[in-house]
Every structure is written in structure tokens, then in C-alpha cells.
Design a protein around this ligand. Structure first.
Ligand SMILES: NC(=O)c1ccc[n+]([C@@H]2O[C@H](COP(=O)([O-])OP(=O)(O)OC[C@H]3O[C@@H](n4cnc5c(N)ncnc54)[C@H](OP(=O)(O)O)[C@@H]3O)[C@@H](O)[C@H]2O)c1
Length: 325
């Protein structure tokens, strides 16, 4: 299969920007579809990247913009929805994946990389994990002689501009001395965004990856409590991390749904009921990638959280870029 032009849905975010970088450096032409072109102009510096504003939920428009692509990458995803009934996750994860598969089939596109998440499972404990699991199932079912699919299932992803270490850094800076933490014992194997992008780029052209799912984990496992303490240490902050019992964690999640940027939700709390660690064959090793440790990367960007004062931190929490960025 010869791949020259790749359509990317959900390619404007944290992972997408890194993947676009990786793919344009390898000479691919990219068509990145976005609902808001104006907000994603940072991607335009990449010479072979076309940034297209489109309603990706409209099958006709999706098909029109993916026509002529040799492969499609679906990275679209959300961590929180409005409300808590699962509808937002269904639309962003399941219905969109269905439309992307449909576009590949009707346009005769032979290659699809689909981004899922570790623990995705139609019977999972949260709307997020169930919708990711349902999307995986429909993508697997779409695999055929004419459509080669590969599914990527990372643990939490770190790197500059992540929404994990950076978010805890912001919250730690805003908090007074005590830092109440729900699900402090939940375990993660954070994986570097550069390794995730590399894995996706390698899998794209590797026939051995057709029909497979890759669980992507970093080299070490940490509890959420470890991660927050480490972030506080990097920022030179004295904070007492207070692990919350589940009843208080649920209450905290409910209250933080009303905070700017919804930094934590009941659905996040439910997802944290499962450890986000690799149990089977590690996907990065299967692709010949040595996972990058947290300690080699996070100290290099986390100090930026100190910039911009309280206002800047609140802007970051609500997902708004600072005017100078
Ligand atoms: N970051 C992690 O730690 C992590 C871990 C495991 C799995 N993942 C998965 O990796 C993928 C990329 O994550 P990320 O961290 O790069 O996320 P991100 O920075 O928030 O970017 C999300 C992307 O999805 C698109 N999107 C969001 N809501 C959408 C909707 N309702 N309909 C259509 N498109 C929508 C956005 O496109 P617009 O330009 O249109 O806004 C954006 O390009 C997601 O599927 C996520 O679930 C991430």
C-alpha cells in the first residue's frame, strides 16, 4: 500500500500536533480537519499540511475532504462532556468513528489508524471508557481485505502542552497548603507524546500492524499520588497531598464539574477506578521504540506553569491560550 496523503480527524490537539510534525517530516501530505481553523493556526507552519475547517460530523463534508486520501487517522476525543449522561462521548467517540469508517469504505481508503485508550471497554466503568470501547469494536468490525485498521491504546500521555502534568501543576499552584486528591492510589504508566507519535507513524506503513491494537505505556508505573507529589516537587511547592476516601472523591468530582474548564468530573472519577497500566505485550517494544521516562521530559516544561501569574493559570485551566502564546 502506498501512502502519500493522510487525512487526520482530531489532529489539531496535543497528540495531533505532534503526530503532524512527525508525519510532515517524513514527507507525507496531510489534510487536517478541524471544527475551528482560526484556533489552530499554529499547525500552518508545517509545509505539507492543509488545515481545513469542516463539520466532521456531517458525513457528506467528511467524505468530501477525505476524498483522495490514502490513509486516515482518527484522533478525535474528549475527556469530559457537558452533563453526565454519556451523550457527548457517544457523539465524539462512537458516532464519529462510525462516520470515519463509513467514509473510508465509501471512498475506498485502505488504511485507518484509530486512537483509543487503555482500558477502553464497552462494559467499562465510565462513559469515557465505554464509548472508547464501543468505537474500538466498530473499528475492529470494519477491518477487511480492503480496509487495514490499527488501534492505538495509550495510558495517559505526557509532554509539553499535556493536560495531565500541566493541569496538576496549575491546580497545585492555585491550591493553598492542602491538596485533596481523589483516587490517589490509581496507577498510571505515563507515555511520552513523542513516542506515541512515532508509534503511530511506524504502524501506519507496517503491514504487520494491520488488524492489531497496541497498548502504549511508559517505562514506569506511578500512583496518582506519586505523580502529584513529583509535580509539586518540580515546582518547589510545599503541598500536603491528602488522599480522599471514595465518598469524598465523588463529592469533589461533582463540585469540580462546576469549576472553570471542568478540571475533574464524576466520569473521570469512574475511569480512575481502573489502573491505566499495560498488562500484555508492550506496544512500544513491539514497534522497536524504547519508551522515554517521565523524568527525562517533564522537568523541561513544567516550570512554565509558574509564568503568567494567577490569571494566566486560570486561563490555562479553562483551556484558553494566553494572548502571548
Ligand atoms: N492525552 C492523553 O493523555 C490521552 C490518553 C489516552 C488517549 N487519548 C486519546 O488521544 C486522542 C487525542 O488526544 P489529545 O490529548 O490530543 O486531545 P486534545 O488535545 O483535546 O485534541 C482533541 C482533538 O479532537 C477533536 N475533537 C474534540 N472534540 C470533538 C468533537 N466533539 N467532535 C469532533 N472532533 C472533536 C479536536 O478537534 P477540533 O480542532 O475540531 O477542536 C482536537 O483536534 C483522543 O482520542 C484521546 O481520547 C489521549
Amino acid at each position: 500500500m502506498i501512502i502519500r496523503t493522510i487525512g487526520i480527524v482530531g489532529g489539531t490537539g496535543f497528540v495531533g500536533s505532534r503526530l503532524a510534525n512527525e508525519l510532515t517530516r517524513s514527507g507525507y501530505r496531510l489534510r487536517v480537519l478541524t471544527r475551528r481553523r482560526e484556533r489552530n493556526k499554529h499547525l500552518l507552519v508545517m509545509p505539507t499540511l492543509e488545515l481545513i475547517e469542516a463539520d466532521v460530523h456531517d458525513p457528506a463534508m467528511l467524505g468530501a475532504h477525505l476524498a483522495g486520501c490514502d490513509a486516515v487517522v482518527n484522533l478525535a476525543g474528549i475527556l469530559n462532556e457537558d452533563g453526565d449522561d454519556g451523550r457527548g462521548f457517544q457523539v465524539a467517540h462512537v458516532e464519529l468513528a462510525h462516520k470515519v469508517v463509513g467514509a473510508c469504505r465509501s471512498l475506498g481508503i485502505g488504511r485507518l489508524l484509530h486512537m483509543s485508550a487503555l482500558n477502553a471497554d464497552p462494559a467499562g466503568p465510565s462513559h469515557y471508557l465505554r464509548s472508547k470501547g464501543e468505537a474500538e469494536a466498530l473499528v475492529r468490525a470494519a477491518a477487511s481485505d480492503t480496509l487495514a485498521v490499527t488501534i492505538i491504546r495509550p495510558s495517559v500521555i505526557f509532554g509539553p502542552a499535556d493536560q495531565f502534568y500541566n493541569r496538576f501543576a496549575t491546580l497545585l499552584m492555585l491550591a493553598p497548603g492542602l491538596f485533596p486528591l481523589a483516587r490517589a492510589q490509581a496507577r498510571f504508566a505515563p507515555v511520552y507524546v513523542g513516542d506515541v507519535a512515532r508509534a503511530m507513524a511506524l504502524a501506519l506503513t507496517d503491514p504487520q500492524s494491520y488488524g492489531l491494537a497496541y497498548d502504549l505505556c511508559g517505562p514506569s508505573v506511578y500512583t496518582l499520588g506519586d505523580i502529584v507529589s513529583y509535580t509539586a516537587r518540580l515546582l518547589d511547592l510545599r503541598r500536603v497531598i491528602v488522599p480522599l476516601p471514595d465518598w469524598a472523591g465523588r463529592l469533589q468530582a461533582r463540585l469540580l464539574e462546576f469549576a472553570p474548564g471542568k478540571p475533574f468530573s464524576r466520569d473521570n472519577f469512574r475511569s480512575l477506578g481502573l489502573d491505566s497500566v499495560c498488562t500484555g505485550a508492550a506496544g512500544l517494544a513491539r514497534l522497536g521504540i524504547v519508551p522515554t521516562p517521565v523524568e527525562a521530559i517533564v522537568p523541561g516544561y513544567i516550570h512554565r506553569e509558574r509564568r503568567g501569574g494567577r490569571y494566566g493559570r486560570l486561563r490555562r485551566l479553562t483551556g484558553r491560550r494566553a494572548p502571548t502564546m
